[in-house]
Every structure is written in structure tokens, then in C-alpha cells.
Ligand binder design. Sequence first.
Ligand code: SF4
Length: 281
Amino acid sequence: MGRLKIVRAEYAGACYGVQRALDLTLETAESGKAVCTLGPLIHNPQVVSELESQGIRVAQGVDDCKDEAVVIRSHGVVPEVIDVLNERGNEVVDATCPHVQRAQRAAARLARDGYHVLVVGEAGHPEVEGILAHASREGEHCTVVGSVEDIPDELTEPVGIVVQTTQSHQKLDQIVEALQARGIEPMVKDTICFATVQRQDAARDLASSVDVMLVIGGRNSSNTTRLYEMCQQCGNAVYHVESAREIDRAWFDEVSSVGISAGASTPEKQIQEVVSYLETL
Ligand code: SF4
């Protein structure tokens, strides 16, 4: 086989918020404190087990936190969780992504100003629950809207919108248009984060210009899985791997170029391991 050309997508791997959460967690542990994360820090099994091997425990809920520093994940939490931890005297390491905090603040402000707040996002997702709870503290009309069908028949005007950071502009536009069709002009706080879109666009561009595409990241990471599915649509061979160990050399027989993409929850180290392995082929 000739030398394999390895091309990395322009945007790939850990986003700002995920990297920040990892750094804050490790810094806290390095300072000698006992640390737990409230739920798995990110959707990446390798990272979670690596943290566990450094003594950083996953707490299943507030009641499972001992006398430890408690890391709040990048998704954020409902404000009561932080209140309870403070009351109990736990140190809170708030790794809520600043983009998520912006959405929480925007929701609270709209509710305080008397808007019926529509949170566009996936019901039950921790980030959405957190945003909703920030709004519900300030006003009584707050609703999660996953699609146009979820828009309530009864709306108290004025109507304000905030958006889960990983939602698409297409979804937001559909909801705004449905409201406008009812004669309602909502106040839109566009809190979508570009990290996801940038990774998707870059992966799609690359997938159509290489022979084989590798998408690196947890199988339980929805943004990684979405990248994989988008690359599959480009027609070339695509493999989703969690680590270099899963790579089969046979994938690269008769192949001259391989593209690399990785989800927003995939740390740089995992990408580098895959690249180093490919360089040995
Ligand atoms: S995807 Fe965006 S909002 Fe979510 S953690 Fe990453 S940077 Fe923050």
C-alpha cells in the first residue's frame, strides 16, 4: 500500500465547553480534593473510565454526593441542585458551558419580563430541563417545544423563544413561522451554538473528498452518531470508532486517503491516538 494520506476535518473534536469541563475537573482533582461529577462528565466511555482511574467518581444524583467537590457538567442543571449542594457545604465546580449559561439567563430574563417562554429543544434533556427551570423561577408560562406540533394552543402573549444550544436553525425557523402564521411575532433569543454545525459541515465536506472516513467518539454520543450518519450519506466508506483498537487494517486496502472527524465530546488525545495509528499503516 502506498502512503496513506490522512486529512483531518477543519472542525473536529472537543468543543470549547467540553474541553473546559474536562480541564476544570482535572484541575480540581490535581489540587488534591476528592471530586465527583454529577452524572458522567461527557458521552465518552473512555474518558469517563480514565477519570475514574484518577479517582474522579460519577455521582448518580445529589444524594449520592459525599464530602466532595461536585462538578456540574457542561449541560448545566436546574438551579435547585446548586442551592442544595451549597446548603450542604459541598464545593461546587460549575462547568456549565458559558453558551448554556447564556441560554439560561435569556430564558430567565424573558420570563421575568412577562413573556410566555418557549424553550425549543428536546424534552427531558438535562440542558433543556436546566433552561426551563431557570425560566420557571421567574415566570409561570414556560413550555418546552420539540417541534411545531408541541406549540400550545393557548399562549399568553408576548411570546419569547430560547433554544437548546445543539438545535438547528431549521427547527427554530419552523417554529417561528408557525407562530407568525397565528399572528404572533415572538421575541427570539438565538442561543444556538455553532460548534455542532461547524463539525457537521466540515465532516460532510471532507467525507465526499476522501476514500474512507473515520468518525471518532462515543457510541452513546448523539452528536458523534449524527456526524457518522451525515458522512454515510456522502456514499464513501465510513466507520464509527471509539478508539484506535477498533480499526481494521483491511479497511485501508487499495485506499489512498482517509478523512478524520470527531464529535464535540471527543477529546484531542483520542483523535491523536487514531492519527498515530494510521501513520503506522
Ligand atoms: S456544543 Fe456548544 S454549547 Fe455545547 S458544550 Fe460545546 S461549546 Fe458549549
